[in-house]
Design a protein around this ligand. Structure first.
Ligand SMILES: Cc1cc2nc3c(=O)[nH]c(=O)nc-3n(C[C@H](O)[C@H](O)[C@H](O)COP(=O)(O)OP(=O)(O)OC[C@H]3O[C@@H](n4cnc5c(N)ncnc54)[C@H](O)[C@@H]3O)c2cc1C
Length: 381
């Protein structure tokens, strides 16, 4: 087998690119306009084995890990940020199900027939997802969940939610559950209508007297913090950085295409003949490539178990999220009034990019964590 060929069962970038070209990219503008959920893309990704990408081969999955998941999210983000974030949340939740879930759900995810997502953020503790205020109560009929989840990507579209609550009885800040979407008492109080990621369906989700069997606990009672930090955080941070880099990449490409193809006819020059325009494009390219280099190093640090892995994992989402707001802002500037309308396509990237900075851990919380790490202080406490 040549080096370029994917190993059997692994990520096949050609198949991914075909789905992006044939299904994801053509639907992106309409998804942004109408807020439609990217169901056709998810069906195609499921059929191609890409929703089971990080599921173990033992349950029929592709057996991939952080690097491949990050690559898929990055590539999807170049075409449709909503699709990319739905898949990002699916992989982050799948990682927990793979570690602690039932065989039946693991097999369903691996087969591409089951979409899952994270339901961590809450009305009470807001972006401090590690400290849920929602409850789980042991009753004779099972475990009763009561919650006001503030944001759940794929709400009403996913088949299950990987859900946090305060512990049943144990010490600790949280316990994690698998909540089937059709559970009675789980409702969506209103539909998502955001400035970006408009096909993401990131609506609030409430639980009022929602019962799940005790076996739906993922991991041990009170062990939610370790699951969030040990399993979810590395996946989410790296994939979120991939999301931001994909968004920067496409905004840079579109801006370069616009300025090289647009003329100041009275001067017989293109916009790219202006040194100021070229300097902005240069800055966009540098920021994108710096973030990609940091992401590659972060993945290598994780895979090699390097000492600074946690620092890199914290850094990379903050760096890429902030850079993507700057790069897409520069794309708006260099494309001028044409960017303010929808014809260049960068205003969608500008709106979508902003989500990464406020998705928890938010950039400002990450700055605080990283500052504490630099000063040798405990991150929590
Ligand atoms: C498009 C989208 C999709 C999402 N999908 C999901 C999902 O699938 N699952 C899920 O669980 N959540 C999801 N979220 C929620 C997300 O992870 C955050 O919890 C949410 O965006 C925080 O918003 P908030 O208004 O509650 O922020 P707040 O917590 O009210 O924060 C307001 C501001 O205060 C800052 N701040 C807060 N605490 C500190 C601190 N200690 N130090 C410094 N600054 C601080 C924040 O950075 C922010 O700038 C999603 C969010 C978005 C935008």
């Amino acid at each position: 087998m040549s080096k370029a060929e994917p190993r059997p069962g692994a990520l096949d970038p050609v198949a991914l690119d075909r789905i992006i070209t044939d299904i994801v990219a053509p639907a992106a503008e309409e998804i942004d306009r109408t807020g439609a959920f990217p169901r056709a893309a998810l069906n195609a990704l499921g059929r191609a084995g890409l929703l089971g990408l990080i599921s173990s081969p033992d349950v029929g999955g592709r057996g991939e890990s952080h690097r491949a998941a990050t690559l898929v999210v990055e590539r999807l983000a170049t075409a449709c940020a909503s699709t990319a974030m739905v898949v990002c949340m699916h992989y982050a939740a799948t990682a927990v199900v793979e570690a602690h879930g039932s065989l039946a759900v693991r097999e369903a995810i691996a087969s591409g027939e089951h979409l899952t997502t994270l339901a961590f953020s809450e009305k009470g503790s807001r972006s401090h997802f590690w400290a849920p205020t929602s409850t789980a109560t042991q009753t004779e009929s099972g475990v009763r969940l009561d919650a006001q989840k503030s944001w759940v990507t794929s709400a009403g579209q996913a088949d299950s939610y990987v859900w946090s609550s305060r512990p049943l009885a144990a010490d600790g800040q949280s316990t994690v559950w698998l909540v089937p979407a059709e559970t009675a008492g789980v409702t969506i109080p209103f539909q998502f209508d955001g400035m970006g990621l408009r096909g993401n369906h990131s609506s609030p989700v409430n639980a009022e007297g929602a019962f799940v069997p005790a076996e739906n606990m993922l991991g041990a009672d009170g062990d939610g913090f370790n699951i969030m930090m040990g399993i979810v955080l590395p996946y989410f941070q790296l994939m979120n950085a991939g999301f931001s880099i994909g968004t920067m990449e496409t905004a840079t490409t579109k801006a370069a295409r616009h300025v090289t193809g647009t003329k100041l006819e009275h001067l017989d020059q293109s916009l790219a003949d202006l040194p100021t325009i070229r300097a902005y494009l240069s800055r966009m390219r540098i920021k994108t490539d710096m973030c990609r280099a940091l992401l590659t190093d972060s993945l290598t640090a994780l895979e090699g178990g390097r000492e600074e892995t946690m620092l890199r994992v914290l850094e990379v989402k903050a760096a890429a999220g902030e850079a993507s707001t700057e790069v897409t802002d520069m794309a708006m500037r260099v494309c001028g009034g044409a960017a303010f309308r929808k014809e260049v396509g960068v205003e969608r990237n500008f709106r979508d990019a902003r989500a990464a900075t406020v998705m928890a851990p938010t950039t400002d919380v990450l700055y605080d964590f990283i500052g504490k790490a630099v000063c040798g202080m405990p991150l929590f406490g």
